[in-house]
Design a protein around this ligand. Structure first.
Ligand code: NAD
Ligand code: MLT
Length: 528
């Protein structure tokens, strides 16, 4: 089957190389699509690769019926509706490391250009004006740089600023005094940083909490004559507030690489002589573009071909060594989820998953997701996947609880799933037998030993002579061959179950006939 990838923003050819090499992949590069064109064609693709230009909105995701993964060649994912991607089961991966150096270097270039008014002087000279008076700058040495957001890029900027003999003070919710001390910088709260900086540079993502973080109030807390740098995201700084702060003389200059609206439509701020700017060039180096394209293409290829992503954004990443240990249980967990979903027609309110024996030592979160996926697929089909299983369960109000116990109950590993509904609970347990694979070993309180695959029939009946024979004869009348049969009972003459594996699916009318047999209480056909 051919896997189709749409590349809707320009990406380095170096990254695309791996995609072109793979004959399962068909790549379409279309970097000038209008919103309507994207909405129209996205349904044909398994993967979408973007930078920051393409807006991957709810509407785009609604049309993206085949889409499995969105690759963002860069860090910021604010152009992708992550909640909608998760809801639609689309994994988002990014390339967070490849452009850190370029963005940090660009920030320093902007800082220096701002301090020395290089762009303004250059523009004058290009207009044949030899003006040495208007462009007197300030030194960086011994000035204080306030950094808001000390992640990958913020930390690199701090290092470089120290190289310029600047004092650095930073605020980041994850920064501690000890860490700051180790980095040779000062630690402060947001107000401290705003109040101390001769220059202030922001390096946070654009989130609800950081939108207009630098607003009227923030400017009022800054030193008079402060200079501002934003090479992170438009919208972290309130552009209207910045405009007013420049006009009032509070802010002496600003260097902007990113804008609230891109491409810029309103040039009011950019027309101020105190503002220098680049059109979102922070990551625009040959090296960064190669790095991010290679990283993101590798992750997209991995996902499309059943592997693991290194940089998932809307999905917890599972370290390779953990994955290796839990992988053998994937089949078992999904099959138990699918099996137990058939045992009730009522709405499931709670799912309790018990991990016993050696399973209790593992990071079982991926198995829980897989079990829930198996469970929800009965009513929601293939649309449910690892990315959206929890989200969809939550939306349905299903509570998911994990329990762990080292007690083995006679098995080296045991995965027990219990579902609770208004009128009761059902339970199924399974194990992984060395060399034999997955087995269902308990249904409610009955012990069985059944491979969770193929066509199964679960029959609850009275433990009476003849019950098994009647079932066998009826299936024979419909020309259905029984491959395996297990019988479990609690008491002699009491309630019992039969678990049959049959060679072909039992249609509805066969199940109805089985239900009509004497001493049969319930019949459920389960196709796994
Ligand atoms: P990162 O995730 O490594 O760092 C972001 C930091 O911001 C984190 O340490 C986080 O704790 C901190 N933070 C979050 N909310 C905060 C708040 N309210 N106050 C203070 N700190 C807060 O990200 P990064 O790779 O360093 O990227 C930083 C920014 O730069 C992002 O917005 C990214 O999109 C942008 N970026 C821009 C370009 C460009 O071309 N201009 C290139 C690369 C990255
Ligand atoms: C990023 O978030 O990585 C940058 O904005 C780079 C980009 O996409 O140009």
């Amino acid at each position: 089957m051919t896997l189709r990838i749409l590349i809707s923003d320009p990406l380095s050819d170096e990254g695309l190389h791996a995609l072109h090499q793979d004959d399962r992949i068909e790549v379409t590069v279309s970097t000038e699509l209008s919103v309507d064109e994207l909405l129209h064609c996205i349904g044909e693709y398994d993967a979408l690769l973007v930078r920051s230009q393409t807006q991957v909105t709810k509407e785009v995701l609604r049309q993206a019926s085949k889409l499995k993964v969105i690759g963002r060649a860069g860090v910021g994912v604010d152009n992708i509706d992550l909640d909608a991607a998760t809801e639609h089961g689309v994994l988002v991966v990014n390339a967070p490391d490849g452009n850190t150096n370029s963005a940090a270097e660009h920030t320093m270039a902007m800082l220096m250009a701002l301090a020395r008014k290089i762009p303004q002087a250059y523009a004058a000279l290009k207009e044949h004006r030899w003006d040495r008076k208007s462009f007197v700058g300030v030194e960086l040495k011994n000035k204080t740089l306030g950094i808001v957001g000390l992640g990958r890029i913020g930390a690199e900027v701090a290092e470089r600023a120290k190289g310029q003999k600047m004092n650095v003070i930073a605020y980041d919710p994850y920064l501690t005094e000890e860490k700051a001390e180790k980095m040779g910088i000062q630690y402060g709260c947001l107000e401290d940083v705003l109040g101390a900086g001769d220059f202030i540079t922001v390096h946070t993502p654009l989130l609800k909490e950081t939108k207009h973080l630098i607003n009227h109030k923030a400017f009022s807390q800054m030193k008079d004559g402060v200079q501002i740098v934003n090479c992170a995201r438009g919208g972290i700084i309130d552009e209207e507030a910045l405009y007013e702060a420049i006009l009032s003389g509070k802010v002496a200059g600003a260097a902007l690489d990113v804008f609230e609206e891109e491409p810029v439509q309103n040039y009011k701020l950019l027309e101020l002589p105190e503002v220098i700017a680049t059109p979102h060039l922070g990551a625009s180096t040959v090296e960064a573009q190669e790095n991010v394209a290679i990283d993101v293409c590798r992750d997209v290829l991995q996902i499309l071909t059943g592997g693991l992503a290194k940089n998932p954004v809307n999905f917890p990443s599972v370290p390779a060594e953990v994955m290796k240990r839990i992988e053998p249980y994937f089949h078992l967990s999904e099959k138990i989820g699918a099996f137990i979903s058939r045992l009730t027609d009522e709405a499931v309110e709670e799912v309790c998953i018990y991990y016993s024996g050696e399973l209790a030592d593992l990071d079982t979160a991926p198995l829980t997701r897989n079990t829930v996926k198996g469970l929800l697929r009965r009513y929601m089909g293939e649309h449910v996947n690892d990315v959206n299983a929890h989200f969809l369960a939550q939306k349905k109000g299903i509570v998911i609880i994990e329990h762990k116990s080292s007690s083995t109950k006679g098995f080296t590993n045991l995965l027990t799933v219990e579902i609770k509904t208004k009128s009761g609970a059902r339970k199924v347990a399974g194990t992984l037998l060395s060399g034999l694979g997955a087995r269902i070993v308990k249904v409610d309180d009955y012990s069985v030993d059944v491979k969770p695959s193929g066509h199964l029939i679960l029959i609850q009946h009275k433990d009476q002579p003849g019950a098994i024979g009647r079932v066998g004869s009826l299936l024979a009348n419909f020309d259905i061959n029984i491959a395996t049969m297990q019988v479990g009972r609690l008491d002699v003459g009491g309630s019992a179950i039969m678990m049959l594996t049959i060679d072909r699916q039992a249609e509805g009318h066969v199940v109805d006939e089985l239900r009509r047999l004497t001493d049969i209480f319930a019949v459920i056909a389960i196709d796994l």
